[in-house]
Design a protein around this ligand. Structure first.
Ligand SMILES: CC(C)(COP(=O)(O)OP(=O)(O)OC[C@H]1O[C@@H](n2cnc3c(N)ncnc32)[C@H](O)[C@@H]1OP(=O)(O)O)[C@@H](O)C(=O)NCCC(=O)NCCS
Length: 357
């Protein structure tokens, strides 16, 4: 049986930075409140589309693996903010990556999307149906932010992260266990109403992120902690075996509470939400790429991934890293240059909803 492993990884962070001080000019908040309650200091605002960010991250993942774009069998973009409903962000990114002819589809499990994609990609390669799946998490969440709502607008950011999953001979490595879950009865506690076909065509739409923050917080800690424990049990591992927890980067207090529930000290937890906020399906792959860049992933390391998001969805995975932790190369891929500031890029949001100050 082919053992699917991650052989390439890449990320894309747009250049425009939105700091907490910038947010103070848009909504009734403060740097002190945001840092204390969330741990977030800044986030990125994209001047480009989701498929552009996906293509940059995807090209870097291919270069890191030393694989040509035309060798990809399937391209999955995990996103809840695609450029368009049709065609998929994956189809648009495929053209930008130059992966002509491969399968291409989007996957929406909100912030859990990357782990849903990891499970799907792994199973497709494991059966032998595919040899190489390029899995990308990419989001442009700022599109849906209303700065009169300070409880949501300070949390999210844009970006993309990608991995290439390939059949290998490393039969000890790869996905050891995974769990995917959802609770559709809690759909309304974290949602973007009016973003699809509900209601009448042409009805006026206010397609902004809406959230019951404290309820989401509680459910996130429970679901990520419990799902992590279950995947470890399925994998026949204990908490002492975990080298690094890479959780969805929603809020530092959620990450810390999840780590406490698992009894993991901060040295075994990847955190980069201070720099990027919550980038939804992109957050885990971006954190994984940075952990690799920082030398925090050693050959054979046991990683636990855990995520939670709108749906409600949750997911966790236990993963044993392969023998190679360094990149084979870089594509030098980048978004088209832009001089627009984050506040300039947010002007349409302010024009639509107004400011919260
Ligand atoms: C949103 C969240 C940061 C709010 O933090 P909290 O500690 O739960 O705060 P509360 O919602 O209870 O609000 C406490 C107070 O802070 C205020 N507040 C909320 N956002 C604020 C902001 N950005 N700046 C200043 N004050 C703010 C509230 O209005 C409230 O004021 P009040 O007491 O006068 O009514 C927190 O609930 C959270 O992170 N939830 C999960 C969100 C998430 O991760 N979603 C994505 C999941 S994928």
């Amino acid at each position: 049986m082919p053992a699917p492993i991650i052989t390439g990884w890449g990320k894309c962070l747009p250049s425009a930075v939105l700091s907490n001080a910038d947010l103070e000019t848009l909504t009734d908040t403060s740097d002190e409140w945001i840092v204390t309650r969330t741990g977030i200091r800044e986030r990125r605002i994209s001047h480009a589309e989701v498929s552009d960010m996906a293509a940059v991250a995807g090209r870097e993942a291919l270069a890191a693996a030393g694989v040509a774009a035309d060798q990809v069998d399937l391209l999955i973009v995990a996103t809840c903010t695609p450029d368009r409903l049709v065609p998929s962000a994956a189809a648009l990114a495929q053209e930008k990556i130059g992966a002509a002819g491969c399968g291409a589809m989007d996957l929406n499990a909100a912030c859990s999307g990357f782990l849903y994609g990891l499970a799907a990609a792994d199973q497709m390669v494991r059966t032998g149906a595919m040899r190489r799946v390029l899995l990308i998490g990419a989001e442009k969440l700022h599109f849906f932010l209303d700065f009169t709502d300070r409880a949501t607008s300070v949390l999210f950011g844009d970006g993309a992260g990608a991995v290439l999953i390939e059949a290998s001979e490393e039969d000890e490595a790869g996905l050891l266990a995974f769990e995917l879950g959802a609770d559709g009865t809690a759909a309304d506690i974290l949602c973007i109403p009016g973003s699809g076909t509900e209601g009448d065509p042409g009805a006026s739409r206010r397609t902004r992120v809406q959230m019951e923050g404290p309820t989401v917080f509680r459910r996130a800690v429970e679901a990520m902690g419990d799902a992590s424990l279950r995947v470890l049990e399925k994998a026949g591992l204990g908490l002492a075996d975990v080298d690094l927890l890479i959780p969805h980067q929603a809020n530092l207090r959620i990450v810390e509470a999840t780590a406490r529930r698992l009894g993991l000290d901060p040295a075994r937890v990847a955190v980069n939400l201070d720099a990027y906020g919550n980038t939804s399906a992109a957050s885990i792959p971006i954190a994984l790429v940075e952990a690799l860049e920082q030398g925090r992933v050693q050959p054979g390391a046991v990683l636990v991934f855990a995520a939670f998001g709108g749906g409600l969805t949750w997911a966790a995975a236990a993963y044993r890293w392969g023998s190679r932790v360094t990149s084979r190369g870089s594509a030098g891929a980048a978004l088209p240059p832009s001089t627009a500031s984050s506040l300039e890029l947010l002007a349409p949001n302010v024009a639509l909803y107004g400011k919260g100050v």
